[in-house]
Design a binder for this molecule. Structure first.
Ligand code: SF4
Ligand code: MG
Length: 327
């Protein structure tokens, strides 16, 4: 059967004056109804770019999509008719971004901005749209929504502004919500509140969610599965419990070891040495080899294929089984 959303062997390049940056190099993942997939990686790993491709934000230069498919309910968004594609992307798949302040217009009340989305998309009357805006603000637990519908973005805290963005994304009752670093700009307690809200809304509204983050610490309670990205590839894919229990890729292992742990307060954190690769000159063989404590000669020469480890788990490492067995 078709997945709700499926990215198949996607490639994305940015053609710049300085050369071609290969930002996505054959990414495949899928999402079924009601599921949450976390896409994890450092900045530049391609996790946001994949989402931007899904949302059609790369349909123009310098971005080029030389290969791949993005299938929604079995139909490829990249080759679909423009009007259909616009309908899917506006209504069925919605996205929220890290920076709620710059996404909101400072000169209009937030309730008006939510209502405008509804008026444009759903052709609602002004009073209907305003009523629905209050309902949406209630839905995302903005206190006293009815009184606050006329307030301006600067009158809301960072966390409340992110709730407004979530309300706008939910206005069309999407089947898929893509959240790109939705809590990164917020302080820690507010981060947890927003993650809880997203998890609750996903259940209440029976949405599927793609949660893009650089922080392995925030996804454990929320995600069903995790895809770990490095240099435009998925290096490991697993259900959350398996991945936390025993990572099967040295990069994931490094990420896990750099999460601050409550039971080891004061211990120095291990972190992954070195820098993410230059996408104009991705290292040969395994792109992670310059930073990998497990590397051997073969790693610089041969691109590791994605190895199936059972239970839907994959790892793109020549020594995946060894890493997995080691714990
Ligand atoms: Fe490390 Fe080699 Fe595995 Fe790449 S293929 S992650 S360099 S051991
Ligand atoms: Mg990003």
């Amino acid at each position: 059967a078709d997945h709700l959303l499926e990215v198949r062997d996607l490639h994305v390049e940015f053609h710049t004056r300085d050369g071609v940056a290969r930002v996505i190099n054959g990414v495949s993942y899928h999402l079924d109804a009601g599921e949450t997939l976390a896409v994890l990686g450092e900045s530049g790993s391609g996790k946001s770019v994949t989402a931007q491709a899904i949302m059609g934000l790369l349909d123009m230069p310098p971005a080029v999509i030389p290969a791949g498919e993005i299938r929604y309910r079995g139909r490829d968004l990249l080759t679909m008719r423009t009007d259909e594609r616009r309908r899917v992307r506006g209504k069925e798949i919605a996205m929220i971004f890290q920076d709620a302040l710059s996404a909101l217009n400072p000169v209009f009340p937030v309730g008006w901005q939510i209502a405008e989305t509804l008026r444009l998309r759903e052709k609602m009357s002004r009073s209907e749209a305003r009523k629905r805006a209050v309902e949406l603000m209630d839905l995302v637990r903005i206190p006293a929504a009815k009184q606050r519908v006329g307030d301006y973005p600067h009158q809301f805290s960072g966390g409340m502004r992110q709730r407004v963005m979530i309300a706008m994304a939910l206005a069309m009752n999407p089947k898929v919500l893509i959240a790109d670093e939705p809590t990164t700009a917020l302080d820690v307690t507010v981060q947890a509140q927003i993650m809880d809200l997203l998890a609750e809304l996903r259940r209440e509204l029976d949405m599927a969610m793609i949660l893009i983050t650089h922080d392995l610490g925030v996804v454990a309670d929320v995600a069903d599965r995790i895809a770990v990205m490095y240099a435009g590839r998925i290096v490991e894919h697993a259900d959350v419990h398996s991945l936390y229990r025993a990572p099967a890729h040295p990069y994931t292992k490094g990420l896990l070891e750099s999460i601050p742990r409550l039971d080891q307060r004061g211990h120095r954190l291990a972190s992954i040495k070195g820098l993410p690769p230059n996408l104009m000159a991705i290292p040969s063989g395994c792109a992670f080899h310059p930073r990998c404590p497990y590397r051997r000669d073969v790693c610089a020469d041969v691109v590791p294929p994605s190895l199936a480890l059972g239970g839907g788990r994959t790892s793109a490492c020549h020594f995946a089984q060894e890493v997995l067995d080691e714990r």
